[in-house]
Design a protein around this ligand. Structure first.
Ligand code: BGC
Length: 368
């Protein structure tokens, strides 16, 4: 079977020929890959950035946002049946820390976790994948056209769920509200696929959603946002630092832009007691000048929180599947507009493209 591989640390991709994996244990699930999304992490890897080959190997098969169809299961598998649509999670725990032993490798305490397609384990940009039952999440077949978004949405689900739990733990009025987000103002910064999915998840929870980007108001991303009830803020006229004054202070900020300076500027948009969750991993190592004392002063005097959130647990994948189902009912056909299918022959170009707009490029493996 074919697979898209990189040599970590070296720019570029190549197609490799690999042995098709087989079910070996009673817990194994074998999936025929249908499609695999491309995100900023893949593009960083392909550019020679953060990535590790499996131990003893020179190459890494990339891809971590997959959707497949189950074609075989071991005798103890309970979560899926042959014929089901399914996705595999990304992270595999270190096996040593309490988080990983409790199936929460997304909160690994040793840092010795591995991630399929990113860190020490081959990924999903290939024809067939075998992994264990505990890492598979079933997807209803009605969601087949959009379920490749489950993994990026799982990242957002973890970020929002964590922020919500933290607020409920510390704010007296949040603890007694049925849903902390309902009626709250939430700002999403960066309206790429992850930002738009965040806006969608927030809208489904009843938040008053704002989206910040630097594109024309009439262009595709603001229009997609507005169709789900969000309000667009053009960062060229209202920069992050002015949002609180010009629009309103935000109870929650979800950052999905991958620009380090903006990540700090977003703190200015926060309301008192607000929380800002960072989900993107900015590339580059250019030093940044920030008004450190002012930022700390504001955080302390405002009871504000700056929170980093990475990866997602099974439960977040399940939340993502539920949200995709709700979104499909509420805004029929709208979510699919985020996806652009590319044949394997176009993969290198799609992976090299850094001007991605709102579109989630997805490599089609269905007739590989
Ligand atoms: C992936 C996460 C992963 C993170 C860090 C993201 O692009 O979606 O699953 O944990 O990169 O490697």
């Amino acid at each position: 079977m074919k697979a898209i591989a990189i040599t970590p640390g070296t720019p570029g991709t190549h197609l490799v020929e690999l042995q098709e994996p087989d079910i070996r244990t009673a817990n194994d699930v074998k999936v025929r890959v249908l499609s695999v999304g491309i995100c900023g992490t893949d593009r960083q890897e392909v550019g020679g950035g953060r990535a590790d080959a499996p131990e003893g190997a020179q190459e890494l098969v990339i891809g971590h946002e997959m959707l497949g169809r189950v074609i075989g299961i071991g005798s103890s598998v309970t979560r899926v049946a042959v014929g089901d649509h399914a996705v595999f999670t990304v992270r595999r725990g270190c096996g040593a820390c309490a988080s990983c032993r409790m199936q929460r490798s997304d909160m690994c305490q040793t840092g010795k976790y591995r991630e399929r397609g990113i860190k020490g384990l081959d990924g999903y940009q290939t024809g067939f994948v075998v992994d264990r039952d505990e890492y598979v999440v079933r997807v209803p077949c009605e969601l087949a056209s959009i379920a490749v978004l489950t993994e990026p949405l799982s990242i957002v689900e973890k970020a929002i769920d964590t922020a919500q739990r933290v607020q409920i733990a510390r704010a007296p009025e949040a603890a007694v509200a049925a849903d902390w987000l309902a009626g709250r103002r939430a700002l999403v910064a960066g309206l790429g696929p992850v930002g738009l999915l965040a806006a969608m998840a927030l809208a489904l929870r009843g938040a008053e959603v704002y989206g910040l980007d630097v594109v024309d108001a009439g262009s595709a991303r603001p229009r997609w946002l507005e169709a789900i009830g969000g309000r667009y803020i053009d960062g060229r006229t209202v920069p992050a630092a002015r949002v609180a004054d010009v629009v309103a202070p935000m109870d929650l900020v979800v950052e999905a832009a991958g620009i380090a300076r903006l990540e700090f500027n977003l703190l200015d948009a926060l309301a008192l007691n607000g929380i800002c969750v960072l989900t993107s991993i900015p590339g580059g190592d250019r030093p940044l000048q920030i008004p450190g004392a002012e930022i700390v002063r504001r955080l302390v005097l405002g009871n504000q929180l700056l929170l980093g959130s990475v990866n997602a647990a099974r439960g977040h994948f399940e939340m993502a599947v539920r949200d995709l189902a709700h979104a499909a009912l509420r805004w029929p056909g709208h979510v699919a507009q985020l996806i652009h299918h590319t044949p394997i022959a176009g993969a290198a170009r799609a992976l090299a493209n850094t001007e991605t707009g709102m579109i989630k490029d997805v490599i089609d493996w269905s007739d590989a």
